[in-house]
Every structure is written in C-alpha cells, then in structure tokens.
Design a protein around this ligand. Structure first.
Ligand SMILES: Nc1nc2c(ncn2[C@@H]2O[C@H](COP(=O)(O)OP(=O)(O)OP(=O)(O)O)[C@@H](O)[C@H]2O)c(=O)[nH]1
Ligand SMILES: [Mg+2]
Length: 297
C-alpha cells in the first residue's frame, strides 16, 4: 500500500501534482497511491484521487492481516485493536509488540535470560555500570584505593521484556592477585553463565587507559576462551569526561591509543559509553541494542 498522508487544509490540486510526481519517480500507477485524509475530512469521495479515512485504512489492514493469518488468536489481543499481529514488528531479529498503555513498541519477552558479565580493572566503574543497567543501587560502588568488590555478585532485572542477569565481578586482571583467587572468580562467572546467552562487558574508564589494560583481551581469552571477543562489548565509563572535552565517541575512538583501538577492533567495534552519575536511560537502551546485535543473543 502506498499511502500519502496529507495535512488539514490540503489542496486537492497540489496532492494530485504530488501523486503525478510520485508516479514519475517510482513508476507506480497513480491509482496505486492512496491519500489518507485528515481526521476532520468528511467527503472522501469528492476528490479526484483514491482516498481513505484513517479508519478505512486500519480496517483494510486488519482484513489483510486476517486473510494472511497474521492475527493473534489470543482473546485479550483481539480486544485491543492496537495489539494484534499487524502491530507486531521485527527489529534486529526480535519480535516487538505494541503496548497500548505506554503507546510504544516493547520488546516481546523471548523467555530467555541474557547474562551480562561486567569485567575490568578495579575502579573502572563495573559496579556503578551494573547499577545503571539495573536501574537501582544494588552493587557497592565507591571511590577507593583498594578494590571494593571482592566476590562475584548477581542481580536480575527486566529491560524491555528481556530478562537480564547482571554479574558484577572483582578485578580478575591484576597481576598481583593470586591465580587461584582469579580462577575461583572465573569459575563462578562461568557457572552463572551456563543458561542462556552471555555477553561480556569490558569496562574501561574513558579517560584512563592504563598499561595494565594493554593486554586485557589476552587475559580475557585465557580466562573465558579464545572466542570471547565475539561476545564482548566495550563499555566506557565516565561519559561526562567526553562531554567536557566536547568530544563525540566517534572522535574519541579515532584519536585513541593504538592498543585500545586494536582491542575495540577485535571486539567488532562494539562500544557504548555510560555516565553512571547521570540518569540517562538511553545509554542502557543503546547497550541492549548492541547486546541484541550479537548473533549469540
Ligand atoms: N563521574 C563518574 N564516576 C563514575 C562513573 N563510573 C564509576 N564512577 C565512580 O568511580 C568509582 C569506582 O566505581 P566502582 O563502580 O566502585 O568501580 P569498580 O570497577 O566496581 O571497582 P572495584 O569493585 O574496586 O573493582 C566510584 O566512586 C564511582 O562513583 C561514571 O560514569 N562517572
Ligand atoms: Mg566493584
């Protein structure tokens, strides 16, 4: 269906000119274009082109949906015209469903739980990022010269219909820490990741890439296997530092150190920026879009 939506007070001649122009551009016959009239228009038949009211278009779409077996058989859905199959859509391989109450599309629950493992050096903001994802202060996060998180911790939430399990971890990359202790944390993470898809969030302070982080991907591979980069997203914290420097993430990435750029490249250029002291929910949404884009999820 080619729908041409017009504003109140439209001129029939102008609309006809537009239809002719669309016919020239697209090659579609003029009669294939349907003009969707403004709500206030009362005489749809008095125009020289094919036109419908919004109700007629919706009703026809519903008819097509029934014909093509796209409607839900669920009684509750049938009672809510907006929530039938014609208002479902696929984005990035996931099903989305219309929420008539929030008047928005919501990711349809897939029933699986996605596990996000926060990894990174001490003080980079793993716990703070976990709290941002969860939308509440679940993990202890504070300024300290000593590591704050000393054991793996788990918390769960639901984001846009997806069950999300967040694992906060202690620094497992510090060479000073005994391997037996690190192995214990890695074992715990693996145990918690056994069911459903798992994505690793490598947390890095946006304005402090340290020497200890240069070989962080090698250490990550040693801990979680050679293919770990395929399931890794770089999560930069302290996004405000970028804002203060009037720098976009793109500019930051193009100017960053070679070693960091290499890490990002190996992780499929999947990066997000968080400002954990703020309350911007868009950052979690962006993270979830990146998580969704991973084929394993
Ligand atoms: N301004 C700002 N501060 C942040 C951000 N992320 C973390 N911090 C601060 O950085 C400090 C350390 O954050 P944590 O979340 O405890 O870091 P961590 O990686 O969990 O540290 P460990 O548990 O010791 O490994 C805290 O004071 C946080 O408030 C951020 O995005 N912006
Ligand atoms: Mg912590």
């Amino acid at each position: 269906m080619c729908l041409l939506v017009v504003e109140d007070g439209f001129s029939a001649e102008e609309v006809w000119r537009q239809i002719e122009r669309l016919n020239q551009i697209t090659g579609k016959p003029t009669e294939e274009f349907r003009v969707v009239l403004p709500l206030s228009s009362e005489h749809p038949d008095s125009y020289p082109f094919r036109c419908n009211t919004t109700e007629q278009v919706v009703s026809e779409l519903r008819g097509l949906a029934v014909e093509r077996n796209l409607t839900s058989t669920n009684k509750r859905h049938a009672d809510h015209p907006q929530s039938d199959a014609s208002s479902h859509r696929e984005r990035g391989g996931r099903s989305w469903v219309w929420n008539p109450f929030t008047k928005n599309f919501k990711r349809k629950s897939s029933g699986t739980t996605v596990t996000l493992v926060l990894l990174g050096m001490a003080g980079t903001g793993k716990s703070a990022s976990g709290n941002t994802i969860l939308g509440k202060k679940q993990f202890t996060s504070r300024t300290s010269s000593n590591p704050t998180t000393t054991e793996c911790q788990v918390a769960e939430t639901e984001i846009d219909g997806t069950r999300v399990r967040v694992i906060d971890t202690p620094d497992i990359f510090d060479d000073e820490i005994k391997s037996s202790v690190k192995n214990k944390h890695v074992r715990k993470c693996k145990q918690l990741c056994q069911s459903g898809p798992c994505v690793y969030l490598l947390v890095i302070h946006v304005s402090r890439f340290t020497d200890g982080e240069r070989d962080i991907l090698k250490k990550l591979e040693t801990a979680f296997g050679n293919n770990v980069q395929e399931q890794t997203v770089i999560l930069f914290t302290r996004g405000d530092d970028l804002q203060r420097a009037k720098m976009s993430l793109k500019n930051f990435l193009s100017a960053c150190q070679t070693d960091l750029r290499e890490i990002i490249k190996k992780c499929g250029n999947r990066c997000v920026v968080f400002e954990n002291s703020g309350s911007d929910s868009g950052q979690v949404e962006k993270l979830m879009q990146t998580v969704d884009s991973l084929s394993t999820v």
